[in-house]
Design a protein around this ligand. Structure first.
Ligand SMILES: Nc1ncnc2c1ncn2[C@@H]1O[C@H](COP(=O)(O)OP(=O)(O)O)[C@@H](O)[C@H]1O
Ligand SMILES: [Mg+2]
Length: 245
């Protein structure tokens, strides 16, 4: 594949479970091109394959068939070690339930991926301090996850996902457990990331969240059934914040 404008691509990407009568096509021959810097929202009913698609794109799960390309390099064929390395270096994951390490402080949570990628503890510490400052939690670095609000926890999780400057940030219902105020905190952060050129693919049930994206893909039964460009972006976020006072 030669389209290097697309940072993330799939061709015929499929993930099936079971067989015969009980075959489930969780993801069914999906072709996707995500240009660098795009914010893409994916919506669709529960069970339509959104999480599976994110896992396939980020190398957390292997496809039954098809290809995944990251920055012009095919990644679905990598062995376990290569895949783990690719994930550490090039992909940031954000989950609905934060998945922070409860025993570690905000700073230590954000340091972890950099340490795992082999950076010095000093470099990891500096990077974590920068990121926490950037997400507005410079004064919460020693707090444990339970000492933070939901919105703060998710921002720490996003900082952690950014620790190794990933090519792509993949977020699975990142505001699914947050109230409106915390959702806006996260959307503000996403708006900053987008302004900095971060490529972001997010699954969401929340139309307000989707409306801040550049592009909306609708999924049904493992397939794309709609693909729309949105005005999106900071303007929409401004409206949302305005609405909320
Ligand atoms: N390990 C698995 N074994 C069997 N079926 C699965 C497995 N994982 C997911 N599925 C099925 O694949 C479909 C898509 O699941 P998922 O990607 O979690 O959907 P979504 O995130 O859109 O709710 C669902 O029908 C789900 O039941
Ligand atoms: Mg899901």
């Amino acid at each position: 594949m030669t389209d290097f404008d697309a940072v993330l691509q799939s061709r015929g990407l499929s993930r099936y479970h079971g067989q015969g009568e009980s075959l489930v096509r969780a993801v069914d021959e999906v072709d996707l091109d995500v240009p660098a810097g795009q914010t893409l929202a994916i919506m669709g009913p529960s069970g339509c394959g959104k999480s599976t698609l994110l896992h396939l794109l980020g190398g957390l799960e292997r496809p039954t068939d098809g290809e995944v390309w990251l920055a012009g390099r095919r990644i679905d064929h990598l062995n376990e070690r290569g895949l783990a390395r690719m994930r550490r270096r090039s992909i940031g994951f954000v989950f609905q339930n934060f998945h922070l390490v409860e025993e570690l402080s905000a700073r230590e949570n954000v340091e972890l991926p950099a340490l795992l990628a082999g950076r010095s503890s000093r470099a990891a510490r500096r990077r974590a301090a920068d990121l926490l400052e950037r997400i507005g939690l410079g004064d919460r670095t020693r707090h444990l996850p339970w000492e933070l609000s939901g919105g703060q926890r998710q921002r720490v999780a996003i900082a952690r996902a950014l620790a190794n400057e990933p090519l792509v940030l993949l977020a699975d219902e990142p505001t699914g457990n947050l109230d409106t105020a915390a959702t806006i905190e996260v959307l503000r952060l996403f708006a900053d990331l987008r302004a900095a050129g971060q490529t972001l693919v997010m699954v969401t049930h929340d139309e307000r969240v989707a409306s801040t994206a550049d592009r909306l893909v609708s999924m049904h039964d493992g397939r794309f059934v709609g693909d729309t460009r949105l005005a999106g972006g900071t303007g929409r976020l401004g409206d949302l914040i305005g609405l909320d006072g």
